[in-house]
Design a protein. Structure first.
Length: 460
């Protein structure tokens, strides 16, 4: 058997690198866990060794940027988008196994009461499971689905599940309800980061993200039959909650944090009732700090970027890279890197991205010498390579998603920036003052030979 398909190898590697901190004080899951994670947002992963009222540990702040995600996949940062795109083009189906560490302990009586689920933010009414990747099947086709959704704890057996109406899990729950049935689900916590990343992909109905997870892992996901629902689950996760969504039974949610860092009120969610918790003997409850925090941002940003790259490349084959930025919470702000742009390409790319993802409200197109993931470099291009009367494109009354803070009646103004150098502009807007390329490359290779990788991230 190859490497374990859980969060454990990655946690061990982070600790080896000095990028993990163990919290040995007793921590209250009501707000205190969240306060720790928020304070450590750009810092180390955390393991809470002593959680008030529970013998389980909590881990969080794992996948807080491109470097962490690349490390979890065992690749370089520049390989992330190509690897995600490959996982969509060449998925790898899971395999079923008999032995499942995640089923070492089975709790059937009040399964949610056995978990120290944190309460995160002041105005939210309930504790939330935030790192639960949900396995389900389309009632119409039987094809699998893997996605994230928030679960607000109601009592020891039930929760409210909050899902955007257009997400496939919501569609499947409504299909089941229309047929007079509930929808079987399994909530997976603490699976390998590749499985978590795959759960954030935007695929078509009938495309199973668990198969993409296999390609990201480089081997099939090992799955075991669930105990009380008709599904298979990753055998080496930390915990699994087995239950059923009843889309005919609505529960009011109240204020909930959203990716932009503020609260939204979406109305009611669906009732979900749980029949079992299965877990490892020494299970770790993984949590993701929601709202405008880095792990929540980058788990969305990279799968979205991979999908938008294909949409952009279809409009312009000279696209070299694409970023979905931290400033836009990994959702709303896109930067496209273009090699040798042709007249009209920048605006064509903006149109393609806006059409592909209605959540996006700002698109910037830059030249190949600008790193689209470098916010300062992108702003430099907007400042020095744009004539605003020519290169700024306002799109009033555009479609907006329900989470857009500035939307009114489902509409918002969107904006595009053509920050590419133009041949007819002054040379000051085109030519960078730099040492010769050969000298720069020689010096870069010297640093690469004398500094370990974690100490040369600033190299360009």
């Amino acid at each position: 058997m190859s490497a374990e398909q859980s969060i454990r190898p990655f946690l061990a590697e982070l600790e080896r690198q000095g990028a993990l901190t163990r919290i040995d004080k007793v921590v209250d899951p009501c707000f205190e866990v969240s306060a720790f994670l928020s304070a450590a947002d750009a810092g180390p992963a955390l393991i809470f060794e002593r959680v008030l009222g529970s013998n389980l540990r909590i881990a969080g702040n794992l996948l807080t940027g491109r470097e962490r995600i690349a490390a979890a996949l065992g690749i370089d940062v520049g390989e992330i988008l190509p690897r995600i795109r490959e996982s969509i083009r060449a998925p790898l189906p899971p395999v079923e196994v008999a032995a499942a560490p995640v089923q070492a302990v089975v709790v059937a009586d009040s399964p949610l009461a056995a978990l120290p689920v944190p309460r995160f933010f002041e105005r939210e009414r309930r504790p939330y499971i935030t790192a639960g990747a949900i396995v389900a099947r389309d009632p119409a086709s039987g094809r699998g689905n893997l996605s994230f959704a928030r679960l607000a704890i109601l009592d020891g057996n039930s929760a409210l599940i909050g899902i955007a109406p257009n997400h496939h899990l919501a569609l499947f729950a409504r299909r089941a309800a229309a047929a007079g049935r509930t929808l079987d689900i399994a909530v997976i916590i603490g699976a390998h980061p590749a499985i978590q990343l795959a759960a954030c992909l935007y695929l078509g109905v009938g495309d199973d993200e668990m198969e993409c997870a296999g390609r990201l892992l480089g081997e099939p996901v090992r799955m075991a039959r669930a105990r009380t629902v008709d599904l298979a689950v990753p055998a080496e996760a930390e915990l699994v909650l087995e239950g059923r969504i009843d889309a005919n039974h609505l529960v009011e949610e109240g204020p909930v944090s959203e990716y932009h860092g503020m609260y939204e009120e979406y109305g009611p969610g669906y009732l979900t009732t749980f029949s079992a918790l299965t877990r490892r003997e020494d299970a770790i409850l993984q949590v993701i700090e929601p709202g405008y925090h880095r792990e929540h941002i980058y788990l969305g940003a990279l799968p979205i970027a991979a999908g938008l790259f294909d949409a952009a490349a279809a409009a312009a084959p000279n696209v070299r890279d694409l970023a979905v930025t931290e400033a836009g919470a990994g959702r709303t702000d896109v930067v496209i890197q273009l090699a040798a742009p042709l007249p009209g390409q920048a605006r064509r790319l903006m149109s393609a991205v806006f059409a592909a993802a209605s959540i996006v409200k700002r698109v910037t197109v830059v030249d190949e010498d600008i790193d689209p993931w470098d916010a300062v470099a992108v702003d430099w291009a907007r400042t020095n390579r744009m004539r605003l009367e020519r290169d700024l494109w306002l799109i009033p009354d555009a479609d907006a998603v329900r989470s857009e803070p500035m939307e009114q009646a489902g509409r918002v103004t969107k904006i595009g920036f053509d920050a590419t150098a133009k041949p007819d502009d002054r040379a000051a807007g085109n030519e960078r003052a730099l040492p010769p390329a050969a000298a720069r490359e020689t010096v870069k290779q010297w640093f690469c030979g004398h500094l370990p990788p974690d100490r040369r991230r600033w190299l360009k």
